[in-house]
Ligand binder design. Structure first.
Ligand SMILES: Cc1ncc(COP(=O)(O)O)c(C=O)c1O
Length: 446
């Protein structure tokens, strides 16, 4: 160790001496000052590119993907099975069905409940007025009706106090969405669902590895859905999972994801080692379809990526928490201008994103987000739904007016990234840019 240090300092001395001679500095100190100011200038020129998410591919992901390629087994096989089992287990659930998106997981979850619980076309499903558009799209795609409910101003999730006034004799289920990494207020939602005998779907596409009152997201709903799209907590590029503890729902969803196929034959392994009558039944039912299904399948390559990311989940989430807490701590001084993420004491937050809502009416969202974008910090709107052209066309031009908190977020909310590949220098840069904006833009008006 001592030897190495000596070597490095010897080399550094040599560099200083070279610089001194080359630029004719009188002494070592002058050369040193020159070097320091040169590098400070160069460092300040560094451009930052702070995305809302990242691809985080380590040797483990590469190893598993290579194993898949070497095996030449691309369709549903050992990697996907392991990924599903481990994912279900890590969310205190029994079954997981990997599909090609979080949207598809939601679509088959709703279709499964509609079929097994005998819902009629036009039956109503409660969902939040602020969420990614897929949550309510899948309700409509299943010929059901989304009934929007306003959100809480702290968690940005479904407000349980507003649910009961929306319940009718056609209400069948509640979709509780856990936005940005924080679980919704599940105890209150479950109480209502029991009182009115409603099913619960958790749209946990933005939240994994987070507990609410000691219990994992994904373990509250009749079915829960997750997304592994790029920029989500673990990523397979595209992908999603539907999770349940109910074997019947698991069977129906597996079939729905496979064109509505008879569950006797879902993968090429299902006929392996079978003989006689048993094999004959499988052969005859390979092309036997029991319901109108979808092609929601995913490949072993995504299974390999998913498994590797799952094995690294604790590392990923703890870095995100570290980044988010550092941001909160340092941005606190601007709290008169912006509302920072609020973590409720009875739940964990896995910080898929870092949501910010502007509080100071003198600051425009356009000006702040443009300033951040111009400085290489990506922003996204905080999931506006009720002001979307298609939703206004379907449910009335005044739809947004009916949900005051969601409207406030639509107008003032945006999020930035706090993902695991951002280091302290990146986060300090973000904090510095907020500081610059508040100092300059407020002084000059914006
Ligand atoms: C709350 C929510 N639901 C559903 C989805 C859809 O997931 P996917 O993009 O995997 O289809 C997303 C995607 O970001 C989401 O944020």
């Amino acid at each position: 160790m001592v030897k190495i240090r000596l070597k490095v300092s010897d080399q550094f001395d040599k560099i200083v001496e070279n610089v001194r001679q080359r630029y004719n500095f009188k002494n070592k100190n002058e050369a040193l000052n020159f070097i320091v100011s040169y590098f400070s200038e160069e460092l300040s020129k560094k451009t930052f590119n702070i995305g809302v998410g990242c691809a985080d591919i380590t040797d483990l992901e590469k190893k598993y993907v290579k194993e898949v390629l070497d095996s030449e087994r691309l369709s549903y096989g050992p990697f996907l099975k392991k990924f599903e089992n481990k994912f279900a287990l890590s969310h205190q659930s029994k079954f997981a069905i990997a599909v090609n998106s979080g949207t598809d997981a939601l679509r088959i979850a709703v279709a499964c409940l509609k079929e097994t619980e005998n819902w009629d076309n036009g039956d109503e499903i409660i969902c939040p007025a602020l969420t990614f558009v897929a949550t309510s799209n899948v309700i409509i795609q299943n010929n059901l009706k989304p009934i929007f409910v306003d959100i809480e101003s702290n968690t940005y999730n479904l407000n349980p106090l507003k649910i009961e006034e929306k319940i009718t004799d056609r209400t069948r289920a509640i979709i509780a969405v856990h936005l940005f990494g924080q679980p919704a207020s599940m105890s209150e939602i479950i109480k209502i669902s029991k009182k009115y005998k409603l099913k619960i779907i958790e749209d946990s596409c933005e939240t994994m590895f987070a507990k609410y009152r000691g219990k994992s997201v994904g373990s509250f709903g009749d079915i829960s859905c997750f997304s592994t799209y790029i920029a989500h907590l673990i990523s397979t590029g595209v992908g999603g999972l539907a999770v349940t503890n109910n074997p019947k729902y698991a069977e129906v969803m597996r079939s729905l994801a496979n064109h509505g196929r008879d569950g006797i034959y879902i993968s090429i392994d299902d006929s392996k080692g079978k003989k006689g009558k048993e094999l004959m039944e499988i052969v005859q039912k390979r092309f036997s379809f029991e319901r109108i299904g979808y092609s929601s399948r995913i490949t072993e390559l995504e299974g390999a990526l998913g498994l590797a990311q799952l094995e690294r989940a604790q590392e990923i989430v703890s870095k995100r928490r570290r980044n988010a807490l550092y941001l909160i701590n340092k941005l606190k001084k601007f709290q008169e201008h912006i509302k920072l993420p609020v973590k409720m004491p009875d739940r964990e937050h896995s910080y898929m994103m870092f949501p910010i809502v502007i509080k100071n009416p003198a600051i425009s969202k356009k000006a702040l987000t443009l300033f951040l974008e111009e400085n290489g910090i990506d922003t996204r709107d905080m999931l506006p739904l009720t002001n979307q052209p298609i939703y206004k066309k379907l449910y009335g031009e005044d739809l947004e007016e009916k949900f005051k908190v969601a409207k406030w977020i639509n107008n003032n909310g945006f999020y930035i990234g706090c993902h695991q590949k951002l280091n302290k220098e990146d986060i300090d840069y973000i904090i510095g840019k907020f500081g610059e904006f508040f100092k300059e833009k407020i002084k000059n008006g914006n």
